[in-house]
Design a protein around this ligand. Sequence first.
Ligand code: KG4
Ligand code: ZN
Length: 425
Amino acid sequence: MLRSYKCIVNSPAARNALSYVVRSLHKDFRPCTILGIETSCDDTGCAIVDHEGTILGEALQSQEHIHLQHGGIIPPIAEEHHRKNIASVVERALGKYSLNDIDAIAVTTQPGLPLSLQIGTKYAKHIARKHQKPLIPIHHMEAHALTIRMRKEIQFPFLVLLISGGHCLLAVAKSVREFFLLGQSIDDAPGEAFDKLARRMKLRNLPEFSSMSGGQAMEVSASRATDPLQHRMSAPMLQYKDCNFSFAGLKNVVQRKIMKEEKEFDLAPDEVIPNAYNLAAALQVTITRHLCHRVQRAMEFCKLHGLATNNQLVVSGGVACNNFINRGLQIVCTELGYTLHRPEPKLCTDNGIMIAWNGVEKWQTNCDITTDYESIHIRKSSPLGVNLIPQVQAANISCKWVRLKGIEVPQTPEDIELAKMAGRT
Ligand code: KG4
Ligand code: ZN
């Protein structure tokens, strides 16, 4: 009897229903259906999500293959593709629904590439005006941070690590609209380092990697390492007792190692270095250690200041698809009494669903909803919440690092399988 009860409560449908009941009992509960538009970088995304977190429609047009050919995102090309695709992406997401079924339109207005942001924002204003719907401007990183709440009842305040191709942020999510920033990258983002180094290693010349993102190619390469300890690199910023990140130095170290091997083996311009897999493993483990160090210090800072009192860590953004990094974070969470949560891969990378869901959260809390369309402006850069970085630095917390047991040694067949499963679905 007890067992069957547990089965019912553990089923996703029962959890959704339970979560709906809990939400609907809340005094601010307002049923809604929100259309969300995302065009902050190179993905044109749109989705319709309701107050229960049910996805009623979704469409995503990625430009990744186009930008892979150029070796990086070219803003005017991204703009051109957003312009070409936006109407059909919104139409596909709407499917059998019409804009009359929608309560409001949520759209990413910051931070992002201005040429890209303006396409989604202009289109959102256009359909909002035409159908007389309110608009909800969305902060792209806040949307990444809160996506997990669409699937799980995670209470505020919680700690969140956002790792992607454009960002690396560590923050406390205090409410739908309040965030405390504890750390950020002082140079590159981790996805950017993975992408640039995968390109420099010419992994795309190996047919199986040709359509993968740089980060995904690195994770699969690393899982094939025969000697992951061949290259040893120290984690960045060990001397700084804060929660900031840096990936540029590591990128230079790896670039020098690639050049050295290319010379040593006298390689042709399109050839991949013989120890590419071992180098990928060394890079991945060093990035994992760096992320784990900063997260551990953030947990200790939060404990000192009574911040993320629910002991929950959420990780999201494209790089969160990496199962190896996830395992490192899991070890830190277990040691420090935290529970780790990450959305499914397609919700970690950029999409319209997270924007629509953030619209739902804002609708529920009645914030940022407007019919004054002219008051909405795009912003290239926009900090995430209140900056507590100086306070973290002043706290000068020394940590006894959690040992990432089992992930700094050669991997098991099970690990290799996990790595293969990573990335976009
Ligand atoms: O969040 P996202 O879709 O776009 C933004 O950058 O905002 O993230 C894309 C990034 C790329 O840099 C890609 O290489 C990285 O996520 N990525 C990964 C993996 N899958 C995607 N990085 C490491 N391991 C992966 N499995
Ligand atoms: Zn993103």
